[in-house]
Write a protein that binds this ligand. Structure first.
Ligand code: AHR
Length: 662
């Protein structure tokens, strides 16, 4: 959570250059030897992944396609998100509390209706409105019973921003028993900020609970599922892993408020809602209506990972709440239930259907194992308190499941006392990977492109689990995702790739943000109720992850990696399956630079491609209104006599794709 102050003004690097659009530095050609015949080491399939946290309305109001906010009246204020609607009628709404039926979802509301001719009911605001699309179908559902009177009728309506009805359906068979009623509503118009109205006609009282509205068209068509457009954006990254559910959300501001996976599985009606820890975390961006319904819970995360071909990487609370907040610590002799949660999670993911947790997974629709291989213990914890707790988790997990690869953490800082202590102590233990976080200024990313060159090659592997270049703030939410931030991340990522024997996983953070409901920026993907788009940083991630390759190959200038000399950064991989090589070239100077690839170790087809990402200026960004302002484009390149001379545009990120002759 810490953004370190820059040591010098990054602005220098482009002011000193000739100009942003740049002239050609004709005098110098950078000769880079690329040897496709000498693979140095493997690139792990997990190399480029995604970090999912329910921050910025990423889950409820985001990827979880439920359109109703506070559907079961469990928010601290039971009527938050709801308003009364009177149409030539009177009535009143009484939030009610009961426990017998479902202790995880104890509230419902009683609606007293006096609507002989008109209608009385309630209306839901959605998450900063509801995104409704013309000609799409919506599934409405509600649990209801008549508690006084008879012959009451109910109708559900979609209302656009002007107050007009753009879709409706009636429910006629209300009875005195609790029953789930369902109706399909077709929308006649598109509106980014629609509402749902639930109205009653007649006289009497109705008890209602779990009012829900989902688009029929969800990811993979799953009822009650995920927003298709957002999941597709993530899937397009072809992530090697999906880390979930965070982030600080794992820790909670207090132990009570921590993420407990067992409360997020089973029937959605029985998942116990809690406050989202990001609701009032950011003083300048309070979101008191931010809760976690857990409609997107651990089962859905596992499914999402499976759908994308990504390794699931759940992170669990280690018996500590956020040390930036309450910093509560569970005594070591009371840690066993937390450790048991970890063991049970492995059983939930992988256990046979004859086991308790394997059976639950099967009952939810997935008898097959999710084949969980990685498990993170703790998020951004520090000092001995963490090590002492981590040690107990590790011992119990590896004893029962020796094949699980445990991810531990080095705390919130990229260096310093906490970081050093974590690495020193964890080296004495047996984690497979250590998670490092860096939210730093853009120049840090340039200075640290060689960060992993000196790491121990045979030691614990690195998970660069959360990183993003944090620079200039602008008014528009998406404006912090500048081209400058993406460019410097790309330069840094050549260093990750070059050191893929040390770095086995990397993910930008956070992943998602709602333009009207964010707490933290920059973020990789922005969305509103109808649209989603990738930031420049997203396109950088995608250029690397969709050209991951299988092996790192040498790409050297004068026998050394090109990592910042003359503002150029280069890394290269080969791909065994497709017989391709991918050379990433990042030019952070304001001038066009000539790079000549001198190819060896194989013969190459002469026709290749170069995909380029660049911008009109360093502070350009993508936005809802201009989502493709910065967008990759491809052009042909030609190999001639095993040489490829390239003009690398100012401030650009490039992937050269060449095919090996078989
Ligand atoms: O990515 C946002 C937050 O940054 C994460 O929740 C936390 O791990 C880090 O401090």
């Amino acid at each position: 959570m810490i953004l370190m102050k820059s040591r010098f003004l990054f602005i220098l690097f482009f002011c000193l250059s000739a100009s942003f659009t740049g002239g050609l530095r004709a005098q110098q050609v950078h000769d880079v030897s690329v040897n496709a015949g000498s693979p140095l080491f493997e690139v792990q399939p997990t190399m480029w992944g995604v970090f999912f946290e329910d921050i910025n309305f990423a889950a409820d109001g985001g990827v979880y396609a439920e359109l109703v906010k506070n559907r079961s009246f469990e928010f601290t204020h039971p009527m938050m998100g709801w308003d009364q609607v009177r149409q030539n009628a009177t009535g009143r709404v009484v939030p009610t509390f009961y426990t017998p039926a479902n202790s995880n979802n104890p509230h419902y509301i009683v609606i007293h209706i006096d609507a002989g001719k008109g209608a009385f009911g309630i209306s839901n605001q959605g998450f900063r409105g509801m995104g409704i699309r013309k000609d799409n179908l919506y599934h409405f559902s509600v649990y209801a019973r008549i508690s006084a009177g008879s012959g009451l009728r109910m109708k559900a309506e979609l209302i656009n921003s002007e107050g007009a009805v753009i879709g409706a359906s009636e429910v006629l068979d209300l009875t005195s028993d609790w029953k789930k009623h369902e109706a399909a509503i077709a929308a006649s118009a598109t509106d980014p900020s629609a509402r749902l109205q639930v109205l009653f006609m007649g006289t009497g009282a109705v008890d209602i609970d779990m009012i829900s509205l989902f688009p029929a068209d969800t990811w993979k068509g799953r009822p009650g599922g995920l927003r298709k457009d957002i999941v597709q954006m993530i899937a397009d990254l072809k992530p090697g892993f999906l880390r979930f559910p965070g982030g600080c959300i794992v820790e909670g501001r207090t132990i009570e408020n921590r993420y407990q996976w067992k409360n997020t599985v089973g029937p959605v009606e029985e998942r116990k809602l809690i406050t989202n820890r990001w609701n009032t975390e950011m003083r300048n961006r309070p979101a008191p209506d931010y809760f976690q319904s857990f409609g997107l819970g651990f089962y859905e995360y596992f499914l999402m990972a499976e759908d994308m071909g990504a390794e699931p990487l759940p992170i669990l609370n280690c018996g500590m709440s956020c040390q930036f907040n309450a910093g509560e610590v569970v005594p070591l002799n009371e840690l066993q239930p937390y450790i048991q949660d970890a063991l049970d999670l492995i059983e939930f993911a992988n256990g046979p259907v004859t086991t308790k947790w394997g059976a639950l997974r099967a009952s939810m629709g997935h008898p097959e194992s999710f084949n969980l291989k990685y498990l993170g213990i703790g998020n951004e914890q520090w000092e001995q308190q963490y090590i002492e707790r981590y040690r107990l988790f590790e011992k119990a997990i590896l004893q029962k499941y020796p094949g699980i690869r445990i991810v531990s953490g080095s705390g919130p800082y990229a260096s310093g006392a906490y970081f050093d202590l974590a690495w020193t102590e964890l080296r004495k233990l047996d984690p497979a990977l250590i998670d490092e976080h860096y939210y730093m200024a853009p120049e840090w990313f340039l200075e640290n492109a060689g960060r992993y060159d000196s790491y121990d090659r045979s030691g614990i592997k690195v998970f660069a689990g959360e990183y993003a270049a944090h620079g200039k703030e602008g008014q528009a939410p998406e404006s912090r995702n500048t081209w400058l931030s993406a460019l410097t991340e790309a330069a840094f990522m050549t260093g990750l790739e070059r050191n893929a024997d040390v770095v086995h996983m990397a993910s930008y953070a956070p992943l998602l943000a709602h333009v009207d409901a964010w707490q933290w920026r920059p973020d990789l993907i922005w969305f509103d109720n109808l649209n989603v788009f990738g930031t420049p940083n997203y396109h950088v991630q995608k250029l690397f992850s969709t050209h991951r390759g299988t092996h790192v190959i040498p790409a050297l200038k004068d026998g050394r990696p090109l990592s910042g000399q003359d503002s150029i950064y280069v890394s290269a991989v080969s791909d065994k399956a497709s017989s391709m090589i991918y050379v990433k070239i990042v030019n952070v100077s304001g001038e066009t630079q000539q790079v000549r690839l001198n190819l060896s170790g194989a013969s190459f087809l002469k026709d290749g491609l170069m995909e380029t990402l660049k911008a009109k200026g360093l502070y350009e960004y993508n936005s809802v209104s201009n989502p493709k302002n910065i967008y990759p484009f491809t052009r042909p390149v030609t190999v001639s006599g095993r040489k490829l001379l390239l003009e690398i545009e100012p401030s650009s990120v490039n992937v050269v794709k060449l095919t090996l002759r078989k």
